[in-house]
Write a protein that binds this ligand. Structure first.
Ligand SMILES: Cc1cc2nc3c(=O)[nH]c(=O)nc-3n(C[C@H](O)[C@H](O)[C@H](O)COP(=O)(O)OP(=O)(O)OC[C@H]3O[C@@H](n4cnc5c(N)ncnc54)[C@H](O)[C@@H]3O)c2cc1C
Length: 452
């Protein structure tokens, strides 16, 4: 690096901006992080952007930026159940409980970002509170050697053109409800009727008509061990309208409980034991994401180049948990590349090249695994084969959830034969033999019988 460090501006202090800011500061750059809210408000006066579970592999990239500060919220597997049909026709189709073969970590993203901002400030980073509009961005970009926009899905993201070849949807595929609840610790038999390892595991319920629900152990910024829920409601299913009346944490819990009582009665008593977090009125969120990939570089009014980071350039539905993970990998790779590049100009070509490397490393696969978990028609064959195979073979089940950690193997599975070959290779026996053993589950164990 030259004697005078190059200056870098980052706009937006969510997980993407805070991670890049800390990494670039540690790499020796003169970094200013612009935020529309003071640090304390980012932590205590907004909901978390998402649950932001880090499923394995992304944690390796994150370790290049910051040491692992958290021991609560780690899980090693996921109890999965699939239901189909309505009313009397409703069937318990399949169930499996694979080990991930990695450790996933679910920590309040407000806490993660705040820990990064704290270190960034301690190490000489500059934090400016201002809402950056397009005019201000022009001035910021003019005054820095490189400027990154990490303002999330809305607002300044529209400066970056939508990449129509990489974007598959023009409307949200799910309505989302997130809520964190407390009252049952992680050490006992919580959800043990579902999981061999109790609170070491998360839970994933799929409902063919209505959507999916994820729930898992979570580290909340104020009260510690808690349980985080995400409901992914299909827009035309029976759950979506239940979100209409949700306007606070209590009504979010009520909607959640209503869905469990009606659709997942086996789990309802365990969920009912959990309560709202009085200390955090922002412990819930509802919304929807239109999965969108944007061009990575834009030009301000005055002709200055800016590059996008995190949700600003790739926003995915959270059903496969790829958003924050991708942001961390993108930021971590950017920091390494910028360090190598120090002293040279951060041109549009260089910034685009870095994004393309990230796209090949993770971005493309993150988009595709999200389409798989959304049940996109392009992946009908994969779903038809892989879920029954997972139900009868633990290695296939682990491989299916291994895609949340590293989605790249999915890119090699283009045809039915590819998927059958994958199942056969993972299971160590012909795929037809694996699939031949599948029988519908019929019934599921229940919290009512064994308690929580
Ligand atoms: C329900 C749900 C569940 C999720 N679960 C997971 C999961 O399990 N795993 C996973 O990896 N991902 C998950 N995600 C996605 C993940 O939460 C996001 O991808 C990630 O948090 C995005 O971070 P970001 O920093 O890019 O954006 P944001 O968190 O949106 O941060 C943007 C920041 O910029 C600030 N800002 C905005 N405009 C301006 C402006 N004009 N000037 C200055 N500052 C500005 C905002 O205040 C904010 O602080 C989930 C998302 C949702 C909705």
């Amino acid at each position: 690096m030259s004697q005078t460090p190059q200056s870098i501006a980052i706009v937006g202090a969510g997980i993407a901006g805070a991670t890049a800011a800390l990494g670039l500061r540690d790499a020796g750059f003169d970094v200013t992080l612009y935020s529309d809210k003071p640090r304390a408000a980012l932590r205590d006066e907004v909901p978390p952007t998402g649950v932001a579970v880090l499923f394995g592999r992304s944690r390796d990239f994150d370790a290049d930026i910051i040491e692992d500060l958290y021991s609560v919220g780690n899980t090693t597997g996921i109890s999965t159940r699939l239901y189909s049909g309505e009313g009397d026709e409703r069937a318990r189709v399949l169930e499996f409980n694979p080990d991930y073969n990695y450790v996933s970590q679910s920590v309040d993203v407000r806490l993660r970002a705040d820990d990064r901002i704290g270190r960034f400030l301690d190490r000489g980073g500059k934090f400016e509170v201002t809402t950056v509009d397009v005019e201000a961005l022009d001035g910021i970009a003019a005054g820095h050697d490189a400027t990154f926009v990490a303002t999330g899905k809305g607002g300044l993201a529209s400066l970056f053109d939508v990449d129509t070849e990489r974007t598959h949807y023009d409307e949200p595929q799910r309505r989302l409800l997130q809520v964190t609840l407390q009252g049952v610790d992680h050490t006992g038999d919580a959800f043990a009727y579902r999981n061999r390892d109790g609170a070491q595991n998360a839970i994933f319920n799929l409902d063919a008509q209505n959507g999916e629900i994820y729930l898992g152990p979570f580290l909340h910024k104020d009260v510690g061990p808690t349980w985080s829920f995400i409901v992914f409601a299909k827009p035309d299913g029976a759950w979506a309208s239940k979100f209409d009346a949700v306007d606070d944490a209590a009504s979010a819990r009520a909607a959640l409980l209503e869905i469990f009582t009606e659709f997942f009665p086996e789990d309802a008593p365990a969920v009912e034991a959990l309560q709202n977090i009085e200390a955090d009125p922002f412990s819930w969120l509802k919304g929807a994401v239109t999965p969108t990939v944007r061009k990575p570089v834009a030009t301000t009014r005055g002709g200055h180049v800016v590059a996008g980071l995190g949700d600003t350039v790739i926003s995915v539905d959270p059903v496969a948990g790829q958003g924050a993970q991708g942001a961390l990998i993108q930021a971590s790779e950017l920091v390494k590349a910028a360090k190598e590049h120090a002293g040279q100009p951060f041109t549009a070509e260089w910034l685009t090249e870095q994004f393309e490397k990230y796209w090949e490393l993770r971005g493309r696969a993150a988009v595709e695994v999200t389409r798989l978990y959304l049940g996109d028609p392009d992946y009908a064959t994969h779903l038809e084969l892989s879920f029954p195979a997972a139900a009868v073979n633990a290695d296939v089940a682990s491989a299916l959830f291994g895609l949340l950690s590293d989605p790249n193997p999915l890119l090699t599975l283009e045809s039915r034969d590819d998927v059958l070959g994958f199942i056969g290779a993972v299971a160590g026996e012909p795929a037809d033999d694996v699939l031949g053993r599948f029988e519908p589950a019929g019934t599921f164990s229940s919290a009512e019988k064994v308690g929580v």
